[in-house]
Design a protein around this ligand. Structure first.
Ligand code: HEM
Length: 560
């Protein structure tokens, strides 16, 4: 087996991404939205070159006229530095391949607070852990908005918690509602089983099913792509939590959505330029049409299951949570208005859409990277399995409460997050008012990109950042996680917009991975060349690999 390890030093920064991998679906409206926003180039079809040229010239002139009006920097502050852009396209050409790497490279030159132009829009790019903590935590209110992008308005019919530009009281109440709903659906006691909570019950069931499924597919096909099955199991956990439904691994409805999303992802990887170049909004665009189509299909899919299952299953939960929310709200009138808003069918669908959309592509991608690293580094896989054998044994299934007792396994997951940095950027932010950061003036409504990848590979924070070394998170004795180190990994954002599914995401990755590795040994087919360089996208995948192999682990004491 040959492992090509993308070195994330200067050499890696200079490298292009190559063809985009398809290893796991980009099957979510959240994924789609972020991808559309972060993708930087695309094509407009059906319009003559002369028309485009003419329109571009007019637009350029308007842009040049508008330039002097844009910048009025208060005394004592400076405008953020950044590379000079071309008229109309701005810096798109230098950012179009692997923008996370290009922006990291530019930040080395211009600093943690810099400005680039994407099309006609200035975009603030923030890097450096201290700067991000300052902006997103200490000045959290200033940086908590979302830009009002046309493609974001399509998600959940404009009512998405994650993508709508709203940040007022109604939005805050809805975010809290979704957080409480998640807590109730996942950490409530499981009434029917020995599991400690509903989340543990759902994951354990799905993980056990995956073990059987992997063995069966391996026997039939001798090698396989685990992502194809992971995605359904992870989707099933969210479905079980939100509306008590489980899909079969051959369910055509779910699979067709996932496949469509794959196709969309391949197109959208090159981006939705009309978000940043307004002129293009008036021209036909294949990317935008596909984006609309996938969002429509996603909404229909969610609406259907909500209508089928929600009314009977969880509306009571939502009502309870909303009641307790009203109790905690000081502004009763506003809360009541919010409640009506929250309980309307549309907003329930929007919340479910957000939870479902955000919750399956992210977790599936995390797990697929864990399995890829485990198969690529057999010594590390064995060390996890030894730890599992010593701490849990093979007789009982892993449980959520085991997490604190498996430091190497936890270090391995942290290193997977850091090294792959599969969510290189957060969802774009927007400034809610004019503000200053590190001495730079940032106007209200500036679009802000948060470069998580840069933090996770910053040589000032990490020794040899391009190496995959789980031990970097362990204390000298190897018995505990060093929390100062683990807190530096940036995968879930920070502050007011920090991921609301973080705990669930971390628990899911832990429990799926430990259950799979307790029972199975993962490897890559002999001679398989592996490329661990992440392929740029909203959630970055490794190059598609259909040649995973597994075998049931041999019993350690002959008892299995
Ligand atoms: C490993 C798994 C996951 C990762 C790495 C992840 C990462 C992220 C990131 C980076 C953001 C954007 C933060 C920002 O814009 O500053 C986000 C937002 C969000 N995530 Fe997650 N996420 C994961 C799992 C989940 C799960 C399981 C759910 C729900 C069940 C979820 C629900 C959300 C929601 C609703 C938002 C939008 C929050 C807002 O805009 O206020 N995520 N996530």
């Amino acid at each position: 087996m040959h492992i090509k390890q993308g070195r994330r030093g200067a050499r890696y920064l200079a490298a292009g991404s190559g063809p985009r991998g398809n290893a796991a679906p980009r099957g979510s409206s959240m994924a789609a939205g972020m991808e559309a926003a972060m993708g930087l180039v695309g094509s407009a079809g059906g319009v003559s070159a002369t028309e485009v040229l003419l329109a571009a010239t007019v637009f350029c002139l308007l842009l040049l006229l508008a330039q002097p009006l844009r910048r009025r920097v208060p005394k004592g502050l400076k405008p953020p530095p950044g590379p000079r852009g071309l008229p109309v396209v701005g810096n798109v050409l230098e950012l179009r391949k692997d923008p996370h790497l290009a922006l990291t490279r530019l930040s080395q030159k211009y600093g943690d607070v810099m400005e680039v132009a994407i099309g006609s829009q200035p975009v603030l790019v923030l890097s450096g852990l201290d700067t991000l903590r300052q902006a997103l935590v200490r000045q959290g209110e200033d940086f908590m908005g979302r830009p009002d992008l046309p493609s974001f308005r399509l998600i959940a019919n404009g009512q998405s918690l994650a993508f709508s530009p709203e940040v007022g009281e109604a939005w805050k109440a809805r975010r809290k509602l979704a957080q409480n709903a998640l807590k109730t659906f996942s950490f409530a006691a499981s009434p029917t089983s020995s599991s400690s909570c509903l989340l543990e019950e759902h994951i354990s069931k799905e993980a056990a099913y995956l073990v059987t499924k992997f063995l069966q597919v391996m026997e039939e096909e001798q090698s396989f792509d685990p992502c194809r099955y992971l995605v359904v199991s992870v989707a099933n956990v969210i479905c079980a939590m939100c509306f008590g439904k489980r899909y079969d691994h051959n369910d055509q409805e779910l699979l067709s959505l996932v496949n469509d999303s794959n196709e969309f992802g391949d197109v959208a990887a090159s981006g939705n330029p009309s978000d940043f170049i307004p002129l293009l909004r008036y021209l036909p665009s294949r990317t935008m049409d596909l984006f609309k189509d996938i969002n429509r299909r996603f909404n229909v899919f969610i609406e259907k299951i909500v209508q089928e299952h929600y009314a009977s299953f969880n509306k009571e939960h939502i009502r309870d949570i909303t009641d307790s929310l009203i109790g905690h709200c000081q502004e009763r009138k506003t809360a009541e208005e919010d409640t009506n808003l929250q309980l309307s069918n549309q907003s329930i669908i929007a919340i479910v859409n957000d939870l479902f959309g955000a919750g399956f592509d992210t977790v599936t991608t995390a797990l697929s990277w864990c399995l890829m690293y485990a198969a690529s580094y057999p010594d590390m896989q064995k060390r996890i399995q030894d730890e599992l054998d010593q701490t849990i044994g093979r007789e009982r299934r892993p449980r959520l409460s085991d997490r604190g007792t498996l430091p190497y396994t936890e270090a391995f997951i942290l290193e997977t997050f850091r090294h792959s940095s599969f969510l290189p950027f957060t969802i774009p932010h927007r400034t809610t008012k004019a503000t200053a950061l590190n001495g730079y003036y940032i106007p209200k409504d500036t679009c802000v990109f948060i470069n998580q990848w840069q933090v996770n590979h910053d040589e000032k924070l990490w020794q040899d950042p391009s190496a995959f070394k789980p031990e970097r998170f362990l204390n000298a004795a190897g018995t505990e996680i060093n929390r100062t180190e683990s807190d530096k990994v940036l995968m879930f954002g920070l502050g007011r917009r920090r991921c609301i599914g973080e705990s669930i995401g971390r628990w899911e990755v832990f429990l799926f991975l430990t259950t799979l590795l307790q029972q199975l040994e993962f490897s890559l087919a002999p001679g398989e060349a592996v490329d661990l360089t992440p392929q740029y996208g909203l959630t970055m995948k490794y190059k598609k690999c259909e040649r995973f192999q597994i075998k049931r682990r041999l019993p350690s004491n002959g008892s299995l």
